[in-house]
Every structure is written in C-alpha cells, then in structure tokens.
Write a protein that binds this ligand. Structure first.
Ligand SMILES: *[C@@H]1O[C@H](CO)[C@@H](O)[C@H](O)[C@H]1NC(C)=O
Ligand SMILES: *[C@@H]1O[C@H](CO)[C@@H](O)[C@H](O)[C@H]1NC(C)=O
Ligand SMILES: *[C@@H]1O[C@H](CO)[C@@H](O)[C@H](O)[C@H]1NC(C)=O
Ligand SMILES: *[C@@H]1O[C@H](CO)[C@@H](O)[C@H](O)[C@H]1NC(C)=O
Ligand SMILES: *[C@@H]1O[C@H](CO)[C@@H](O)[C@H](O)[C@H]1NC(C)=O
Ligand SMILES: *[C@@H]1O[C@H](CO)[C@@H](O)[C@H](O)[C@H]1NC(C)=O
Ligand SMILES: *[C@@H]1O[C@H](CO)[C@@H](O)[C@H](O)[C@H]1NC(C)=O
Ligand SMILES: *[C@@H]1O[C@H](CO)[C@@H](O)[C@H](O)[C@H]1NC(C)=O
Length: 616
C-alpha cells in the first residue's frame, strides 16, 4: 500500500513526458505541429482513426464512407467579428494508396465540426448536393482529388484545387511541382502510394492564396502550384475549425495524413519528416497472388490428406478458374475476381437474372464485402482476338463518370466468357415504362422530359466533354436505365468505340439497332457523333409518341415513326402523334402551346429567309 503513491507519481510523470515528447507540441493556441498523431488530442469523426504507429487513417478501408479529423479547439481567425482575417499558413504530409482511386483528401477551414449532413463520394464528406456552392457554408478547402467529376468541371483525375464554399474549385491544376533547379514542372500522382507534402499560405494584406506541393524530402518549391487571389475576410468566421475530410466511393480506398502543422500570422512550423509514421507497403497484385499461390498450395497439402478433398478442391478451382494474362495486371482495380461475382449472384442463378439481350444476359448481385448492388453482364465470346484492345476500352470507359451514365465498375474474364460489372439500377429500363399497360408504370410528361434532358446531357458529355470522343452507337429506350430517383442513365457501352478528338473515326462494321440507324450509315458505314444524335432524335420521338421507331404494319411497307410524324406535321396535325396517355396532362398542354407558338414563329422567320436568301 505504501508503494502506491510514488508509483502513481512516476506514472503521471511518464505520461506527462510522453505526451510532451510524442503528442502535438502546441506552441501557443495558434501554432501547432504534429509529426505523427500518436497520443495527440486530435478529434476524429466518421471512419477516421489513428493507427498505433501514429498514422491518421481518414478512411478505414470501407466503401462509401466519410472521415474527418479536427484540431480540437476552434482557432481565432480574426480579432473581432468586424476585423480582417489573419494571415495563416498550413503544411501537411499525406498519402493515398493505390490501386483504388479514392475521392481524395481535403484540408478545410469551417465554422463547425458538424458534418453530419455532408455526403461521401464526390462531395468528399464536406458538402452535399444542396449545400454545394452556398455562401452560408463559410468553408475554405484545398482538395487533393484523384477522380475527375464532370459535375464540378474537374480538369482531370489527378488535380489539386482551391475550393470556396463549393467543390467546383475556383482554381485547380494537375498535381505536381516546379523543380527549384530548372523550373520545370514535374507531375506527381496523388494515388502513387508515396507520401507528399502540401503547403497552403494565405497573405491577408494581398489576399493571395498559394498552394504548393512536393514529394516528401524535397524542399518547399519556390514557385507555388496554385496561386489565387481571394479575400478570405469575406469567408472565414471569427472562430473556425481546421482539419481534414475524406471520403470513399464504390471502391474502398486508403487515405492517410502523416503530419500536420499550422501557424496563425506566422509560417507553419516545420514538420519533422524523420519522425513521421510510415505508410503501409503497397502491392497492387496482392489479391491475385494470394489466389494463385494459395490454390496450388492447398491442393498440395490436401494431396497428402485425402483423395476426396482433392476432388472437391479441384472442382472448386475449376469452378472459379479465370483467364488472366500478364497485360491485365496493370488494370488491377478494374479486374474483379470471378469468385466474387459468382458469390454475388449466387452462382448466376436464374432468380437473379434481370434481363437478356443481343449481347448477353444480365444478373443482379450484391458484393459480399461492400454490400454494393451490382449488375453483371455476361457476354459470350468465342475469339480471343482483339480482347486486349477491348479490355483497354472497357477500362478506359470505367473512368467515365456522369450522373446520367450507368457507372461501369470493372470486368472479369473466363474462357469463352466476359463479365462486365455495372452499378445496379433498381428501376429497370425505360422501354418497360413506355410500352407497359400497367398503370403504375405510367410516366407523366414531366418525368419523360426529365429523362430526355438526362440523356441529352449524357450524350454531350460523351461527345464533347470527356477527354476522348465516345460514340455510343446504340441509343434506344432499352439502353436507358432508371436509377432509384428515376433519373435516366445511359447504359451499355458494349458497342462503343473510342476515338481521339480530331481523328477521323475509322470505318468499322455498322452496329446498332434497326430503326435508330442514321440513313447515312447505309452509305458511309461510319458511326459519328451525328449518327448518335440521329438515334437520339428517334429516341425523343419514341418517348413523346409512345411508339416504336418502326410502326408495325404489313411486311412490305413498314411505316417509320419519323415519316409518320413528318406526315402529320405537314398536315398540321402534329399533336395527334403524341402518346395518347399524355393527352389529358395540363402541363403537357401548356408546353405544347408554347412549342407550337415558337415553331410557327420559326417557320415564319424561315419563310422570310427563303425569299431573301437565294441560297437558302
Ligand atoms: C469504418 O467506419 C465505419 C463508420 O464509422 C464503421 O461503421 C465501420 O465498421 C468501420 N469499418 C472498419 C473495417 O473498421
Ligand atoms: C469592431 O468591433 C469592436 C468590438 O466589438 C469595436 O470596439 C470596434 O470599434 C469595431 N471597429 C470597427 C471599425 O467598427
Ligand atoms: C448537426 O447538424 C444537423 C443538421 O445539419 C443537426 O440535425 C444536428 O442536430 C447537428 N448535430 C449537433 C451535434 O449539433
Ligand atoms: C443556403 O443555406 C441557407 C442555410 O442553410 C439556406 O437558408 C438557403 O436557402 C441556402 N441557399 C440556397 C441558394 O440554397
Ligand atoms: C503531366 O500530366 C498531365 C496530365 O496528365 C499531362 O498532360 C502532361 O503531359 C504531364 N507532363 C509531364 C511532363 O509528364
Ligand atoms: C505566393 O507565391 C508567390 C510566387 O512565389 C510569392 O511572390 C508570394 O509571396 C506568395 N504568397 C504567399 C501568401 O505565400
Ligand atoms: C478584405 O475584405 C475586408 C472586408 O470584408 C476589407 O476590410 C479588407 O481590406 C479586404 N482586404 C483586401 C486585401 O482587399
Ligand atoms: C424506383 O425505385 C425506388 C427505389 O428502389 C422505388 O421506391 C420506386 O417505387 C421505383 N419507382 C418505380 C416507378 O418503380
């Protein structure tokens, strides 16, 4: 009993010593430096944790989550609510592990620690669809974003941006740095798995914001990566929290912060890079290697045991056997294990079959670990020829991201079979709604118009907004899927071919669906963005008229929907072509009158032109 007191004193001293030595050495309320986060009093939220070695792990390796870390107390960014914001400077060291593209990391200054309404995935756990861009957010952030999101007009899938209240950056640039010796720009890959340092400096006198980055152990470059002018006195609140936010998407990814320092009205204290925790070792081939090594080993062991188990194991091996060639390793994250797809669909059982078409059958599945709902398209193919090129395209298409496209998640191959994995769309395809006689599947004009606009937006993205021109080649209602909010999403890129901008598409076999093919395809047999637009035109008519592109009649003279509509137009009875189920909708009638008015004024203009311009 007598020993207890000195013991506890020693313990307390030890704790004090360790917390001084290892934890944040806070030099006054507005300077701090963390070289690793062991024993720090940093606040964590969501999936964020501090690992035993001191790494701040913002995303715990789970899909679709958010993680936040805050300096525990708010910092005083201005003396009075009416004075200007202080100059400040921040530095931090981060690492994002390959191979999975994550939704990145953001350093932020925000008025509160409450991010409960923020959304993961592209909103980085900072904002949501409603709050994005709202001036009442008072959020300043620097994003490190390895995903190109068209919604925010991201420049590429490896950029750094300055964000004011919105994830649409006010300024952004490819990740990299200007070499101090020769001034050349050197690219850096955010998801290389290497630790990198970032500096953010704000000068209140000039309202200048500089963001600089460099690999760890490289001195801070003189020339910043980004330099913007924005008066943060109009943004940051008197007291504000500083911290990091991160989120993952469909695929789990690993985002870490290794060290962090902050200085108000002074440079950020230097982070002691020699004391930083180490990032986990990266190996992109882990999963596949485990499978390849463990299956033969298991077989060898079982050989010694009993023959029956050999039989069972070999059967299992055959059941899950995949085709995998060397060149496929670089597509790591996009390659699914056959076993995972097999499990997800309970062995491609018929009860999971959700559709079948010219290109194969589609199964619904749920991935076991992430619980993500997927649609697996099983395509039968006989030849290996062109497979490499095809997979290259598939992987490239997987990088397309748009709210009106069905997201392609990846693929898997077996002998004679190819599997394409997509996001699952619970409400099925549009044709079901257009031609069903069931009343609960009826779509009003507002919904139909929303769908048409969605597909128009998807096409614009494919044709003009992405880095390559993507021609879809098969736009039709059965390729338009509806998500759980009844937004239209264009699917089935199985037919698409990529073309570099400004390069004449090579002539290839005509593909598509009769009734949607542009007439010029018959003569030049070359798909172009124009031929997609033609199919889209037929699609609009189909959605508005509720009729198939080829109106069935006797075999000799098939009546085409376009001709039928045109005929009615000439006769002045265009409104007779509208889907009869829409007729009693007030909204539609209003629109119809508006359209007819503008159409007749256009026609008048045109007839004036016709007389004045002989070449018309
Ligand atoms: C990750 O964090 C989420 C949210 O806090 C939690 O629900 C989940 O269990 C965590 N996963 C792991 C593997 O720790
Ligand atoms: C700013 O507010 C402080 C205290 O609220 C007050 O003393 C000061 O006069 C104000 N300054 C200006 C320029 O309004
Ligand atoms: C956080 O904000 C939400 C609304 O965005 C609110 O409902 C909730 O009560 C807040 N939580 C705390 C702890 O303040
Ligand atoms: C911005 O947010 C405030 C507070 O949440 C809200 O009252 C306002 O309507 C929002 N403004 C816009 C344009 O959404
Ligand atoms: C750096 O990356 C960008 C975007 O990926 C690319 O356009 C540029 O050519 C690269 N520069 C160098 C020097 O590699
Ligand atoms: C930003 O960078 C420029 C160019 O190196 C430099 O002149 C300026 O002082 C920097 N501003 C801040 C706030 O660091
Ligand atoms: C920034 O805005 C504040 C008022 O919001 C103003 O007092 C200050 O002079 C501005 N700073 C600069 C550098 O323009
Ligand atoms: C679309 O899906 C959502 C969610 O699965 C469901 O609540 C809704 O009823 C569906 N709508 C139609 C028209 O099937």
């Amino acid at each position: 009993m007598f020993d207890m007191k000195p013991m506890s004193l020693v313990l307390r001293l030890m704790i004090l010593f360790f917390s001084l030595k290892l934890a944040a050495i806070t030099t006054g309320s507005d300077h701090f430096v963390f070289s690793g986060f062991s024993n720090s009093d940093i606040n964590l939220d969501g999936a964020a944790t501090v690992l035993p070695n001191g790494l701040l792990y913002l995303t715990n390796g789970t899909a679709m989550i958010r993680g936040h870390a805050f300096y525990p107390t708010p910092l005083r960014f201005r003396e009075f609510s009416n004075s200007t914001v202080h100059s400040f400077s921040v530095s931090f060291v981060f690492g994002i592990l390959p191979p999975y593209p994550s939704h990145g990391i953001a350093f932020f200054v925000a008025p509160s620690k409450n991010f409960s309404s923020a959304v993961a995935v592209q909103y980085m756990g900072l904002l949501n669809k409603q709050s994005n861009g709202n001036v009442t957010n008072h959020i300043f952030a620097v994003e490190l974003d390895p995903v190109q999101n068209s919604e925010f007009h991201d420049i590429n899938d490896n950029h750094v941006g300055i964000d004011i209240n919105s994830l649409q950056s006010m300024q952004s640039y490819s990740a990299g740095f200007y070499d101090g010796k020769n001034g050349n720009f050197e690219n850096l890959s955010l998801i290389s798995g290497a630790a990198m340092q970032v500096w953010v400096d704000y000068n209140a006198k000039t309202s200048e914001i500089n963001v600089t980055m460099a690999p760890l152990h490289v001195e801070k470059p003189v020339r910043p990566l980004l330099s913007a002018t924005y008066n943060l006195s109009t943004l940051i609140t008197e007291l504000a929290y500083v911290g990091f936010s991160s989120s993952t998407g469909k695929i789990k990814s690993q985002n870490y912060v290794l060290g962090w320092s902050f200085g108000m009205n002074s440079p950020a204290p230097a982070i002691d890079v020699t004391k930083l925790p180490r990032l986990p070792h990266v190996s992109t081939k882990d999963r596949s290697k485990i499978l390849e090594i463990s299956v033969p080993m298991a077989i060898a062991m079982v050989l010694i045991a009993t023959g029956t188990t050999i039989f069972l194991l070999v059967q299992r091996h055959l059941r899950y056997a995949e085709l995998r060639e060397d060149w496929e390793f670089e597509y790591g994250p996009h390659r699914f294990l056959y076993k995972d797809l097999f499990d997800a669909t309970q062995g491609f059982r018929d009860k999971h079959l959700v559709g079948s078409g010219g290109f194969g059958t589609v199964y619904k599945g749920v991935l076991r670990v992430s619980k993500l709902e997927i649609a697996v398209k099983r395509v039968l193919h006989s030849s290996q020829q062109g497979m490499k090129e095809f997979i290259m395209e598939i992987v490239s298409l997987g990088r397309l991201q748009h709210r009106n496209l069905v997201q392609l998640l990846g693929y898997c191959r077996r002998k004679g079979e190819l599997f394409l994995v997509y996001d699952y769309m619970p409400n099925g395809s549009l044709d079901k709604y257009l031609y069903s006689q069931e009343n609960n599947l009826y779509l009003g004009w507002a919904q139909r118009f929303h769908i048409i606009k969605g597909i128009a937006s998807a096409l614009l993205y494919l044709h003009e907004e992405w880095e390559k021109v993507v021609i879809h080649r098969d736009i039709k209602p059965s390729n338009v899927l509806l998500d759980n909010e009844m937004n239209a999403r264009l699917g089935d890129f199985g037919l698409a071919r990529l073309h570099d901008h400004n390069i004449e598409p090579q002539s290839t076999q005509v593909v598509g669906t009769i009734g949607y093919l542009a007439p010029e395809l018959a003569s030049i047999s070359k798909a172009t963005p124009h031929t997609d637009v033609f199919s889209f035109g037929i699609f609009i008519l189909e959605v508005t008229c509720g009729k198939k592109p080829i109106i069935e009649s006797n075999q000799e003279n098939q009546l085409m929907l376009v001709d039928w509509v045109l005929e009615h137009w000439h006769k002045g009875s265009l409104t007779d072509t509208v889907d009869t189920r829409l007729e009693d909708e007030e909204q539609f009638e209003n629109l119809q009158t508006k359209c007819l008015k503008s159409l007749s004024s256009k026609l008048e203009e045109a007839s004036v032109l016709e007389y004045s311009d002989p070449s018309f």
